[in-house]
Every structure is written in C-alpha cells, then in structure tokens.
Design a protein around this ligand. Structure first.
Ligand code: HEM
Length: 395
C-alpha cells in the first residue's frame, strides 16, 4: 500500500510547482499507483532512468485503446494518430508525415516566424503591457502550424477554443463536457478536408490528402487524427515553452542578463528552458506489453504507465543542481522532447520558434517585467501539459 495520496496531477495548484512532490516520489516512491487519468489506475514513474525506459522500451505500447473508457472511444478519430500507435502503424504514419516535415521546410519558416513575432510586438507596444500568453506565446505557434496545415486565420482561434476543452479533460465527466466542442471541431475539420479535396492548395492538409489518394495510405480517421495531432502538438506545447520560458528568465535575472549578452548561448538556453519548464510534463499514457520490473515494482501486462518527464528533467541523479536555471548547462540530456520512436516530430520547429520568440522579445523590450505577483499566476488544468493561463507583463 502506498503511503502517498494519489495527487490530482491535472490541477492548476499541482502544475504551479510539481517539483517538491516529484522529488519526494523519486526518493520514497519512484513508481506510484495513481488514479490520474479518466479515473483509471496507472503507475506514475518519476526517476530519470525509469522515465527514459518507459519512453524508449518496446515493453510498453502507445496504443492503449483496449483500456480507453467508452467516453473517449466516441472520439475515435482523435485517437488514431501516431502518438497512439505502435509499429508497423506508427512507422507508416510517421514516415508519411515526416516527408512533409523536413528540416528544409522548417528552415524556410525562419523569416515568417520573425515576421509574426515582430507583428505581435508592434501591436502590443502602444499599450505598454500585454498578456504574454494570449498576445504572443499562443499566436506564434498557432499561426505557424495553422499556415503550414492550411487552416484559415479566422478558423484558428475557433479550433483553439474547441481543442482547449479536450486538452484539459482529465475525468470522464470532463470528456462528456468536452463532447459538444469536439463534435464542432470534427465537423469543421471534415469540411476543411472536403474543401481541400475539391480545391487542392500548397499546404500540408492537401499533401496529406494526396499522399492518401496516391498510395491509399491514410484512411479517413487517420487523416483527421493526423491533422488534429499536428495542430494540437504543434502549438499547445510551444506556447508553454515561450510562456513559462520567459517567466523563468524573468525570475532569474542573472541568467536573463547572460542570455541577452551572449547570443552564442541561445541554443543551449532553449535546451535549458525546455528542461527547466518541461512544457509536456507527463508523456502519453503507455500500456505494459509484457510483465516487467521497474525499481521494486512489478508492472503487469495490461497495466497503464505515466512517465513524468518534468520529474525526470529535475532528477538530481541526472542533473547537477536541477532546480537552478543554467542556460549554459552541459551536458543537458533532458527528455522534454521525448525519446525513442516517438521523439517529437516537431522538435526543430519547436526549437526555432522558442528561440526566435524569446530572443526577439528580450531584444525589443529590455525593460520587460512582470505586471502581477508570481503567486497570483494561474496554471492550466491538464494532466499532460504544464503552462500558464496568463502572464501579464509590462513592456
Ligand atoms: C516546446 C514544444 C514541444 C514540446 C515540449 C514537445 C514535446 C513532445 C514530446 C515529449 C513528445 C513525445 C511524447 C511521448 O512519447 O509520449 C512529442 C511528440 C510529438 N510532437 Fe512534439 N513537442 C513540441 C512541439 C511540437 C511541434 C511544434 C510539433 C509540430 C507538429 C510537434 C509534433 C509532435 C508529434 C507529431 C509527436 C508524435 C510523434 C510520434 O508519435 O512519433 N511537437 N512532442
């Protein structure tokens, strides 16, 4: 019997600072039984080595549909994506989209990202303050992934409003409440796909449709799931890197000064901000395929596992002084972008967006400071994500 109460891993209070709790778990209960997601029992794994194994090991499957509650199964198209699949399906889906996501394609976006950042800062400047999440951190990745996919500007914020509800759902009741939004989301997505079938354009949705028609590779559910995954993964994490990353620099003035004075540190600074803020705090749920030992626990076939990436990234056994922000940290083998077959497909894009967004912001507004006490900041409700609701700043 565990002496720890299973915490509500999705609560804003927990997400505000999960690190003291994670540190206790790593030392006293590194594999903890919890009822974290949709009321299902799952093992919460918190040590770096164990998290790495769960992410990499073939003993764990990503397709956990046999365990999905009925409430989620109605949203089937949402679940048939590569992050929920295992080989050979995963390999097939990932190969297909990777073609459209080459580093060359990402590099072509550099100028556009600069332009989006400048435009948002121009709009905010006359007000002397802004909500950094709503007015900057969110629209940057949403615009970029929206344009890449070919989602019209007026639709993007509507998609965001709909996806928000499902991203924050952690119980069956939450899922039920999310149903109307999900329904609208899919209705719109289906319309968009039908439009692109009729009038192809130079965008990723068209590319995915054509790949489907040429090689019979993506069925209808897979196509919708792929678009949904790319859209949601494309901005729901990056918004948090820019938002929480900026907050971390504002709270660590000496590291901020180093960042501003040493452009050569920009790449390692982004890696450190990824580690320190861990925008994806808890990885996709995994299913145990074959009985195995993790630490002192035996995980049985069919059980569910949650890998706490945020905890691994603050593990003192892996990182010297993990609670300190050190933008020149070396080595820095963080797991913020995952590991193994499901390693983040959008990693080059996430790094580029984070780097341009934070560098441009600090260069343009050297006097940037918080416009609210840190204790008053509210974090988003979500099991997987860790990010701020709002970040009021003076420019
Ligand atoms: C700071 C931003 C980002 C972070 C922290 C992040 C983090 C992650 C992590 C940890 C995983 C693996 C999850 C797991 O194994 O359970 C992942 C997978 C994925 N990410 Fe990202 N991501 C970011 C940005 C992006 C962007 C911009 C895209 C663009 C499309 C993207 C697309 C994906 C996709 C498609 C997968 C699934 C890959 C697969 O299953 O093979 N991500 N991401």
């Amino acid at each position: 019997m565990d002496k720890f109460d299973s915490p509500d891993l999705s609560s804003p209070q927990f997400k505000a600072n999960p690190y003291p709790f994670y540190a206790r778990l790593r030392s006293e209960a590194p594999v903890l039984r919890t009822r974290a997601v949709f009321g299902l029992s799952a093992w919460l794994v918190t040590r770096y080595e164990d998290v790495l194994n769960v992410l990499k090991e073939s003993h764990f499957a990503n397709n956990w549909s046999p365990k999905m509650p009925i409430g989620i199964r109605y949203a089937k198209p949402l679940t048939r994506h590569m992050l929920n699949s295992d080989p050979p399906d995963h390999t097939r889906l990932r190969t297909l989209v990777q073609k459209a996501f080459t580093p060359r394609m990402v590099e072509r976006l550099r100028e556009r990202i600069h332009c989006v950042c400048d435009g948002l800062l121009n709009a905010a400047e006359p007000h002397g303050r802004m909500d950094l999440v709503r007015d900057y951190a969110l629209p940057i990745p949403l615009t970029v992934i929206g344009e890449l996919l070919g989602i019209p500007p007026e639709e993007r914020l509507r998609f965001h409003a709909w996806s928000r509800t499902s991203v924050s759902a952690s119980s069956r009741l939450d899922m039920l409440r999310a149903f109307p939004d999900l329904w609208l989301f899919f209705r719109h997505l289906r319309k968009l796909v039908a439009e692109r079938r009729a009038h192809p354009r130079d965008d990723l949705i068209t590319a995915l449709i054509e790949a489907e028609e040429a090689g019979d590779k993506l069925n209808d559910d897979e196509l919708l799931a792929m678009i949904t995954l790319l859209l949601i993964a494309g901005y729901e994490t990056t918004v948090n890197l820019i938002g929480s990353g900026t907050l971390a620099l504002l709270q660590n003035p000496s590291e901020r000064a180093r960042f501003e004075q040493s452009p050569a540190l920009a790449d390692s600074a982004i890696e450190e901000l990824l580690r320190f803020t861990s925008p994806l705090d808890i990885a996709r749920i995994r299913l145990v395929k074959t009985e195995m030992q993790v630490g002192s626990r035996t995980l049985r076939r069919g059980e569910l596992v949650l890998a706490a990436i945020g905890s691994a990234n603050h593990d003192e056994a892996q990182f010297a002084n993990p609670e300190a922000l050190d933008i020149a940290r070396e080595p820095n083998r963080h797991l913020a972008l995952g590991q193994g077959a499901h390693f983040c497909l959008g990693a080059p894009l996430a790094r580029l967006e984070g780097r341009i967004a934070i560098t441009t912001l600090l260069q343009r507004f050297p006097g940037l400071r918080l416009a609210a006490p840190v204790e008053s900041l509210v974090w988003r409700k979500s099991v997987a994500l860790r990010g701020l609701e709002k970040l009021p700043v003076h420019l």
